[in-house]
Design a protein around this ligand. Structure first.
Ligand code: NAP
Length: 514
């Protein structure tokens, strides 16, 4: 009997033993920093002269690792290996493919703090955020393995006395997986494992600021028994390797998570049918967000302030689900704002190795972007908390609140992706929902309300892929909260949900006349 699915628990750092173990992992990983990682193409490990240097965003003089960098020639080589390997991999029993993911999950679980420590150094994640990223990676591996076993059965369809009918799901072919840096482990591992367990071969191009954690994951897959050539590891520039593979006639699908601009570019390019291409490429694109917490006048105002602060500033607001707009009923606006400012005062910012609440933003480009939005915010509203940045040793920005912002302000419309939240006043609950929907995106949202009628109205009218009530708008858990957004937030793939694997398969009907 299969044990029921249960998500990987988060580490309780109030327990001293857990803290000691995490410190030991940080120490161990610190001793491993600066190592060199090869490309992996089929059974070959390839070291290139051109390298990606991954630096610690909290301490930019610290090199986390150097990773060989693919160019178009190597991407082509990887493509040919993937095309060849697909011929055999697609025939593996789905349950055996699933077993490899179960084993990979077990390996990561045993070395959980080690992987989280890499995330502290490479992605600048505070302990709890790094721990959650690793837990989510384990969950994706476990969950997609279980889903594959289910999908193997196909969906029941009707048969007739004269014929036997069966609907089964077969893999697509070679998939290009392009992952972001913000869930450098979980999303990268989730996208890769879903594609491969469904019987596809994968070319993995991780984000250029977080290639080391991806290299560690490739080691895990190898240790778990994944045959050579099923996943090739080809870090490289998005515009060079990414465009090349997106355009490639042998690419069958692209699984992308990242910004709206890059997602739209991939979607457009993938639509073109190139010479020799005999299918329409499938694109799964999960993109940005402009996520809102709505606070009603009948609501727990402490819960509202806590939810806003946690969702806005956890991992420095660098989550696609982060709350970047707080839309508050005018009756309670002043009170919620005052409470949020008070809570923000307690947040510490600095090198997360030292257990701060917030670490840095991702890189110089992210620092410049967020700082420029803070300037825009000061013109569009009133700075009431934070506002300062310091990039002398790492890319640190204070948790920033801009109050009194108009619903049509730029900071209410554009994704900022940093520790920044705009407060906006609504005349009533209907107006609050109107403001919440007043964006091109539609990823997550939350409503803090004790009014049942309003909750029901929001269920109908708040147009986002993941809508939460009386909690924050971040923190989706695999298997419990399938994740994906509407409109310019992407193709609503619902990662971590029961129909996600269908995206990497095609249905084949088998009818036998009796
Ligand atoms: P990004 O700049 O779009 O990069 C994402 C990936 O795309 C990276 O691997 C990047 O490679 C690659 N890339 C860049 N240009 C490319 C091109 N021309 N062709 C193919 N690939 C290309 O996004 P990011 O800054 O890493 O991530 C943050 C964004 O992701 C935010 O907008 C956030 O909202 C979104 N996100 C969405 C979800 C979701 O589930 N909806 C989840 C997480 C993040 P390089 O690193 O080499 O440039």
């Amino acid at each position: 009997m299969t044990v029921p699915y249960k998500h990987e628990p988060f580490t309780d750092f109030t327990i001293e033993e857990n803290t000691r173990e995490f410190e030991a992992a940080l120490k161990q990983v610190k001793g491993e920093l600066g190592k060199d990682y090869d490309l992996v193409i089929g059974s070959e490990k390839i070291s290139t002269e051109d390298k990606i240097v991954s630096v610690n965003p909290s301490n930019i003089s610290e090199v986390v690792g150097t990773v060989s960098k693919a160019n178009q020639e190597l991407a082509e080589k990887a493509m040919q290996v993937a095309v060849e390997t697909f011929k055999t991999w697609k025939k593996w029993d789905p349950e055996v493919r699933a077993d490899i993911l179960f084993k990979a999950a077990a390996i990561v679980r045993r070395r959980k703090h080690e992987f989280s420590a890499y995330l502290v150094y490479e992605a600048g994640k505070p302990w709890n955020e790094a721990d959650a990223d690793t837990a989510e990676a384990i969950d994706f591996l476990e969950y997609y393995a279980r889903q594959m076993i289910e999908l193997k059965k196909g969906y029941p369809i009707e048969s007739r006395p004269i014929e036997k009918n069966r609907l089964q799901y077969i893999p697509l072919g070679v998939g290009v997986v392009i992952s972001p840096w913000n869930f450098a482990f979980a999303i990268m591992a989730g996208m890769t494992s879903a594609a491969l367990v469904s019987g596809n071969t994968v070319l993995l191009k991780p984000a250029s600021t977080t290639p080391v954690i991806a290299a560690k994951f490739i080691e895990v897959l190898e240790e778990a028994g994944l045959p050579a050539g099923v996943v090739s590891f080809i870090p490289g520039s998005g515009s060079e390797v990414g465009d090349y593979l997106v355009d490639h006639p042998q690419t069958r699908f692209i699984s992308f998570t990242g910004s709206r601009d890059v997602g739209v570019r991939i979607y457009e390019r993938a639509a073109k049918v190139h010479e020799g291409q005999i299918w329409l490429k499938r694109v799964v694109a999960e993109m940005g967000g402009k996520d809102t917490i709505v606070v009603d006048n009948q609501a727990d105002l402490d819960l509202a302030a806590e939810s806003i602060v946690k969702s806005a500033f956890g991992f420095s607001g660098q989550k696609c689900s982060a709350c970047s707009r707080a839309v508050i009923h005018e009756d309670v606006y002043d009170e919620v704002l005052a409470k949020a400012i008070e809570l923000t005062k307690d947040l510490t910012v600095g090198n997360p190795e030292e257990r701060t609440y917030m670490g840095p933003v991702n890189d110089q480009a992210a620092f410049d972007k967020v700082m420029s939005y803070i300037e825009i915010g000061k013109e569009e509203g009133t700075l009431v908390s934070g506002g300062n940045g310091d990039n002398s040793t790492g890319y640190f920005i204070e948790p920033t609140i801009i109050a009194g912002v108009d619903e049509n302000a730029r900071v209410m419309k554009e994704e900022i992706f940093g520790p920044f939240v705009a407060f906006c006043k609504a005349k009533d609950f209907d107006h609050a929902l109107e403001i919440a929907n007043n964006t091109d995106y539609g990823l997550t949202g939350a409503v803090i309300s004790n009014n049942r009628e309003h909750i029901e109205k929001a269920k109908e009218d708040f147009h986002v892929g993941n809508l939460y009530f009386n909690r924050g708008c971040t923190g989706a858990i695999v298997g419990y909260h399938p994740f994906g957004g509407f409109n310019m937030s992407g193709t609503d793939s619902k990662a971590g949900g029961p129909d996600y694997l269908l995206l990497f398969t095609q249905a084949k009907l088998l009818t036998e006349q009796l």
